[in-house]
Design a protein around this ligand. Structure first.
Ligand code: 13P
Length: 258
């Protein structure tokens, strides 16, 4: 179980899925179950669903997140959405640097860093995603990749700026593959991530940052992942679209030490 300093966060990443009607339905179900959740709950929805889901979640503790943003405040950036537009529409969080954006849209750590600056300035809670590919894992580059992504993504910020920071460790080989990292693999990586955070800004900072695990999290494996000392929550893709599965994930159970 993670430190009491860090409240567990169960966040759904709906990715590019669901109609408006489906989004509203799912958000209602999440809202109705929020009171019995085992931690803080968030849904990160497509841009087009933000306003409608914000309306559903009004007055509930469920946080609303976007899946990306652009760092400029406004202007001639066709197709982009600013951090200020997200807060205006009702968002409190934003996923940044998801591996799908890094891979499909060539997002660099430098871009993630700029997006982080814009998110923090707007008062959004950033969920900064990092993680290695299968090839990187198999060629023993995991730690170097994580170190580079953390250093590049968080560059130039003081610990006080990063008080809301959430990091999501999402090994690319586990995303959408049904191949979850074992609890031991997740713990090992999370411990490494926390050590990098300590290297940047000290132990006190590192022990306050929530590090989520993402990659084929299911109703069946959430309890054993959440039992790891440095796993502070989950960023859930596929299973967050299934009401029963996500509600079970929201209500993960603390496993007693054997
Ligand atoms: P899956 O849960 O579908 O593997 O996706 C994980 C993810 O990318 C969450 O951001």
């Amino acid at each position: 179980m993670s430190s009491p300093l860090r409240r567990p966060l169960l966040a759904g990443n709906w990715k590019m899925n669901l109609t408006l009607a489906q989004s509203v339905d799912l958000a209602r179900a999440v809202k109705d179950a929020a009171a019995s959740a085992s931690g803080e709950v968030a849904v990160c929805v497509p841009f087009t669903a933000i306003a409608a889901v914000a309306e559903v979640l009004r007055g509930s503790p469920v946080k609303l997140g976007a899946q990306d943003l652009y760092w400029e405040a406004s202007g001639a950036y066709t197709g982009e959405i600013s951090a200020g537009m997200l807060t205006d529409a009702g968002c409190q969080m934003a996923i940044l640097g998801h591996s799908e954006r890094r891979k499909l849209f060539s997002e660099s750590d430098e871009w993630v860093n700029k997006k982080l600056g814009a998110a923090l300035k707007a008062g959004l809670t950033p969920i900064v995603c990092i993680g290695e590919t299968l090839e990187e894992r198999e060629t023993q580059k995991t730690w170097r990749v994580l170190e580079t992504q953390i250093a590049g993504g968080l560059k130039g910020f003081a610990p006080a700026d990063l008080s809301k920071l959430v990091v999501a460790y999402e090994p690319v080989w586990a995303i959408g593959t049904g191949k979850t990292a074992t609890p031991a693999q997740a713990q090992e990586a999370h411990l490494f991530v926390r050590a990098q955070l300590a290297k940047l800004h000290g132990e006190g900072f590192a022990s306050s940052v929530r590090v989520l695990y993402g990659g084929s999290v299911t109703a069946e494996n959430v309890d054993s992942l959440m039992a790891q000392a440095d796993v502070d929550g989950a960023l859930v893709g596929g299973a967050s679209l299934k009401k029963d599965a996500f509600l079970r994930i929201m209500g993960f159970r603390e496993l007693k030490a054997a």
